[in-house]
Design a protein around this ligand. Structure first.
Ligand SMILES: Cc1ncc(COP(=O)(O)O)c(C=O)c1O
Length: 385
């Protein structure tokens, strides 16, 4: 007898409801129930679900031209690149558009290998950079790597935010060091500006390219355009994806002018990268972020959330802006379930004691108050006891 399989290959354990629509920080199921999305559709819904300006920009573009590859020069693609480079600052002069975070990291690592002529990579313990083979090479996950070890690029994993280990490391054979400035999946771990400055200095001295993976931390989420500004560091390359086009699939590899001028046509390519719909969505996303002052909002909301969760079930709040980790110890899992029962979605992490908040940057004050009240209820009721 044949085993019945789902037409859609199951890759995640989904929420226990059917999600059919979204607006702002809310998503709605097929029975009309709404949920507050502090998971942000996987850190993607930067301007909220279906922001009217983003939806209109996508619809307008869809009526003009849905797709043409990089074989044609498109004004919308040129405008998107200009807008992203201006928004980014941090010494970024040029962007290669692709379709996902993994593709952006894969491209950045390839550029580093090509331009340095070196084959070794350096990454950090706890890192997640994606599932394609070079991105997986620098991802510290035995479960994801085990079947492919023989195919992965040689990579040394250093302890994150450890100055002694950084001092002792030899980068002379390394094409690139890749780092998430805030390690999200690992449990929203941060390092000091001093540590990042030492990392920058060491890469420069060794002729090793420094790649900031800002797939989660970029595009205004951490209270600065990119975490690079938060820590006062100018990486050689910054990768982004997730929220950059408010949910239309898009990745970007930003680079400084020295690298951009060393690359020539044909070195990189991607059929769908920089497609008109994604570019229109990116332009609209950046416009909303600037006009609605969402970078400042992310920073202010983080201060507010921290001040309200200073002690209690959440013992510590990690991270920056609206990429926050709530340390809740052994009660983290019960707190996540409690919030889901109250129709509030939050993320888990590889650290079982840490829940993640990565809501839309537009999240309403009332929604934040509701979250804080539900966490307080959990404490008061001793729900986990
Ligand atoms: C920091 C980071 N880098 C890279 C990726 C891979 O992005 P994608 O799933 O778009 O390939 C992710 C995805 O969660 C991520 O969090």
């Amino acid at each position: 007898m044949k085993t019945a399989v789902s037409p859609l290959l199951p890759t995640y354990t989904p929420y226990p409801f059917l999600l059919v629509s979204g607006q702002g920080e809310r998503v709605c199921d097929d029975r009309g129930r709404t949920y507050l999305d502090f998971y942000g559709g996987h850190c993607v819904a930067s301007t909220g679900h279906c922001h009217p300006a983003v939806a209109a920009a996508i619809a307008d573009q869809a009526r003009k031209l849905i797709f043409y590859s990089a074989a044609a020069q498109l004004p919308v693609r040129d405008r998107a690149a200009q807008a992203l480079v201006e928004f980014a600052g941090a010494g970024m002069a040029s962007v290669f558009f692709c379709n996902s975070g993994a593709e952006a990291n894969e491209s950045a690592l390839k550029v580093a290998i090509k331009l340095t002529g070196r084959k070794h990579l350096v990454a950090f313990q706890g890192a997640f950079h994606g599932r394609s083979l070079l991105a997986l090479s620098v991802t510290d996950s035995p479960a994801l790597r085990k079947d492919y070890e023989a195919l992965l690029a040689p990579t040394r994993f250093l302890p994150f935010a450890d100055s002694a280990a950084l001092d002792a490391a030899d980068f002379s054979q390394a094409a690139a060091v890749i780092v998430e400035p805030i390690q999200s999946m690992a449990g929203v771990k941060t390092a000091s500006a001093r540590w990042f400055a030492a990392l920058r200095e060491k890469c420069t001295r060794a002729g090793t390219l420094l790649i900031f993976d800002e797939v989660q931390s970029g595009i205004g989420r951490v209270g600065a355009p990119f975490a690079a500004q938060l820590y006062g560091v100018a990486p050689d390359l910054i990768t982004c994806a997730k929220g950059m086009a408010s949910g239309v699939p898009m990745g970007g590899m930003l680079m400084n002018s020295a690298l951009a001028s060393a690359l020539k046509p044909g070195d990189l390519g991607s059929t769908f990268g920089g497609g008109p719909l994604a570019c229109a969505a990116l332009i609209a996303t950046l416009k909303v972020i600037v006009e609605e002052k969402l970078v400042e909002r992310a920073s202010n909301l983080a201060k507010h959330i921290r001040s309200r969760l200073a002690d209690g079930v959440v013992q510590k709040v990690r991270g920056a802006g609206l990429l926050l980790g709530l340390e809740a110890g052994t009660q983290a899992k019960a707190l996540k379930t409690h919030l889901l029962n109250q129709h509030i979605l939050v993320g888990g992490s590889d650290d079982p004691n840490v829940l993640r908040l990565m809501p839309p940057l537009t999240v309403a004050d009332q929604a934040v108050e509701k979250l804080l009240a539900c966490i307080a209820d959990f404490q008061a009721e001793g729900v986990a006891a």
